[in-house]
Design a protein around this ligand. Structure first.
Ligand code: ADP
Length: 272
């Protein structure tokens, strides 16, 4: 009957759609896999010439006969090579993350110590921009089970971003506290802020508000992706808030505390 013919036609079209979608999905997955492979290869290839370049510049630094002009050029080259090394390292890290190649070396970590090394690592950027860093840490320990180097890397990243996306001479706050069975770390700035539209996207890979070369500190839009993955690998969460452009931003990292830093709950004594 015509009605049956119509139904057969409908089913056939849906089956064709389904097959086409499945093929498209397989193609996209393959393209995604090849993109990850390409990123890994690119990062390795770019890194190879950087090591000898960096070493040669270091040798030049020890050379006393350099004229002031040559010394100036060497300094510029050294800064640019360092920047390049950072970018390539970020690329390598992200390609490791997407391929599940990052392994944490977990041990009991006193967060306040990890925060201390993050402050040290980001100090050059903060000082270069003449920002003021206010630190508010608790007088009690915050112990988590984690990888001290990676945790410190997450906070360094947030502090560096606070420094990068704040006009010179700005204010940055680093605070930590305990909330229930979690440690909360807050990195806040009174800088450029993030629009409501951009806020949900900033943790996505290669996502940046300003892609122009005017950016003072060019990055690849990888730092926050990496930070989020690392925090999640520690069983934690990371979120960003901002009242909008020009209103500053706050990044909150929540990490589960290790049992030993939680208060001991005494069970009622047994009366026999
Ligand atoms: P990158 O800094 O290399 O661009 P990130 O992944 O660290 O990459 O950050 C992604 C984007 O999020 C940045 O390009 C910037 O637009 C925005 N962003 C991150 N931190 C801040 C901040 N503290 N204030 C304003 N914008 C920020």
């Amino acid at each position: 009957t015509p009605r049956e013919m119509h139904l057969v036609d409908l089913c056939t079209r849906q089956a064709v759609d389904y097959i086409e979608n499945a093929q498209l999905y397989a193609q996209l997955r393959e393209a995604d896999r090849r993109k990850d492979e390409f990123l890994a290869m690119l990062a390795h290839e770019l890194r190879n010439p950087l090591a000898p370049l960096s070493n040669s510049l270091h040798t030049l630094r020890l050379c006393e006969e350099l004229s002031p002009a040559a010394h100036h050029v060497r300094e510029i080259m050294e800064r640019q090579v360092q920047h390049m090394v950072r970018l390539v390292d970020d690329l390598l890290e992200v390609s490791r993350i997407t391929r599940g190649k990052i392994v944490l070396r977990k041990e009991p970590v006193e967060l306040l110590t990890a925060l201390g090394s993050a402050v040290e690592a980001s100090r050059p950027l903060i000082e270069a921009a003449r920002h003021q860093l206010h630190i508010d840490l608790p007088g009690y320990p915050l112990c988590v089970e984690g990888d001290a180097v990676r945790l410190s890397q997450v906070i360094t990243n947030l502090l560096n971003n606070a420094a990068k996306y704040t006009e010179e001479g700005g204010q940055i706050w680093l605070a930590a506290r305990r909330e229930g069975d979690s440690a909360i770390i807050s990195v806040r700035d009174a800088g450029l802020g993030i629009s409501a539209e951009m806020l949900p996207k900033i943790f996505d890979m290669f996502s940046q508000v300003d892609r122009t070369t005017r950016r003072a500190q060019g990055g690849l839009g990888i730092g926050l992706t990496l930070a989020k993955s690392l925090v999640q690998m520690h069983g934690g969460t990371i979120e960003a808030t901002s009242a909008g452009v020009g209103q500053g931003s706050e990044f909150l990292v929540r990490l589960p505390l290790a049992l030993r830093s939680l208060p001991v709950i005494h069970s009622p004594s047994v009366v026999s």
